[in-house]
Write a protein that binds this ligand. Structure first.
Ligand code: FAD
Length: 420
């Protein structure tokens, strides 16, 4: 799954703007020079789910240690938190500039291929623009270790009875002197198992509805934080689990922003993930296109390459066309978004929200089609791990649920168009 693809028929047409080229090259040099050799050296721990998962479906400590090592090295190289502003130690890239970095990483089949390469760029476990709402005093303790990659986080929004409808959460934070006492049950929490910090959305006052919600930072060493059952899933990530918060006591200084900011902060975190989706999808799409093209040229049936059949040409032609369409949509709409809002803004204009929802669901839906076609073009090999595309299919299928389902994006789009 890892490795630099040989074919790149569309490279000249998919140019990267001059200003972003140096950082994209820096990331790719890091992956080629440091990650791929390291991954090969330790393949017995990280080669695939059979190697990196234990019998409970949890990432093994060995695999996690290797992943942490790469994350820290990426932090030292200044490429782990490129999306965060320079004033907090990030790379200062805008969402559009970050698109090109994501595209390059996922295009090379590395960002999703293994537990290691994923660690080069901040993901769910990394620092989000929502944390820019921490004050100076809080940043040193909670934000700095996430920016330099020495620690990781998880975000605890979803619960057994609250997924798409975040306003239905039941987790409560009650004031007790100088402390808050959090009780609740969170579900499907990525990196719950290994996080140093949990960002927890809780109700401070049920009567105040969404105004009575706050976001707390919980040290996962806190005796009130407990990882529950593993949520083994289609991604086979080995890090997603339930979280139980029981008599979990935190200080006032562990609240992000103030009471009433909880829901907008959670949405700011989610918006960051939505803005990252097009780069991932276009990058993976280009990887799939390469795999389809090279297989269509090499594989022969009935005395000729399968690529000489229209039945194989059409899905490839459709995919190439749609990748162009999604890439153009993404670069245009991310630039438009930047003219309207910032990912850290707690109040997003309707037109900005509409763009983020479009940028999430449409590329993901296309990526799902592209990965399905890639499997079909590669035949049996497409379903084999060695074929390098079944993993993308599983990732693509997953993407359409977390950070807001396809249906919820369409609901937002419809609402911002005046349909209630
Ligand atoms: C692998 C994975 C990792 C995740 N990581 C995290 C994490 O780190 N932190 C976190 O907090 N959460 C996480 N989640 C949770 C994720 O955000 C939710 O699964 C998602 O928001 C959907 O919620 P749900 O699963 O409860 O589905 P539901 O809300 O129960 O929805 C079920 C179905 O109904 C549809 N639906 C719901 N409401 C409507 C409506 N009004 N109109 C039309 N259709 C509707 C949905 O689109 C969906 O198809 C993760 C999920 C997965 C699968």
């Amino acid at each position: 799954m890892t490795g630099i693809p040989e074919d790149d028929v569309l490279a000249d047409e998919f140019a990267v703007p001059e200003g972003v080229r140096p950082v994209v090259d820096r990331v790719l040099t890091f992956i080629e020079g440091e990650v791929l050799p390291y991954e090969e050296e330790h393949a017995e721990h990280v080669g695939g789910p059979l190697e990196y998962l234990d019998e409970d479906g949890r990432m093994t400590p060995e695999a996690r240690a290797l992943r942490d090592e790469i994350q820290e090295r990426a932090g030292e190289a200044g490429i782990y938190a490129l999306h965060m502003p320079e004033e907090v130690g990030g790379g200062g890239l805008s969402p559009l500039e970050h698109f090109y970095v994501q595209e390059a990483v996922f295009r090379h089949g590395t960002g999703f291929g293994s537990s290691l390469a994923r660690a080069v760029m901040a993901w769910t476990e990394g620092p989000s623009p929502a944390l820019l709402h921490l004050d100076e005093g809080q940043r040193g303790e909670w934000l700095d270790p996430l920016i330099d990659g020495t620690e990781s986080a998880c975000i605890c929004i979803t619960e057994p009875n609250a997924g798409s409808d975040v306003t239905a959460i039941e987790t409560e934070a009650k004031k007790d002197g100088d402390e808050w006492v959090i009780d609740g049950h969170k579900r499907y929490i990525t990196n719950a198992v290994y996080a140093d910090t949990a960002q927890v959305l809780a109700r401070t006052d049920r009567a105040d509805g969404t105004e009575g919600m706050a976001m707390f930072l919980v040290d996962t060493e806190n005796p009130g934080y407990e990882v529950g059952r593993m949520n083994e899933n289609i991604m086979m990530d080995g890090i997603t689990a339930d979280v139980h918060l029981e008599d979990c006591r935190v200080g006032d200084d562990q609240m992000v922003g103030g009471i009433g900011d909880g829901l907008p902060l959670a949405l700011s975190w989610v918006n960051w993930r939505r803005a990252c989706r097009p780069g991932m999808c276009v990058g993976m799409g280009r990887y799939l296109l390469d795999r389809m093209l090279s297989y269509a040229k090499e594989r022969e049936t009935f005395g000729e390459p399968i690529g000489s059949n229209q039945a194989i040409q059409w899905p490839i032609a459709d995919t190439a066309t749609e990748i162009h369409a999604v890439r153009n949509m993404a670069t245009t709409m991310l630039a438009e978004y930047e003219g309207m809002a910032d990912l850290a803004d707690l109040r997003q204009p309707e037109a900005a929200r509409r763009r983020l929802s479009m940028l999430k669901y449409y590329p993901e839906d296309r990526l799902f089609d592209w990965s399905d076609r890639a499997i079909q073009v590669l035949g049996g090999y497409g379903l084999m791990r060695a074929g390098g595309v079944e993993r993308v299919f599983r990732v693509a299928r997953n993407l359409r649920i977390p950070a807001g389902t396809t249906e919820v994006q369409k609901r937002t789009i419809a609402r911002t168009l005046g349909l209630e």
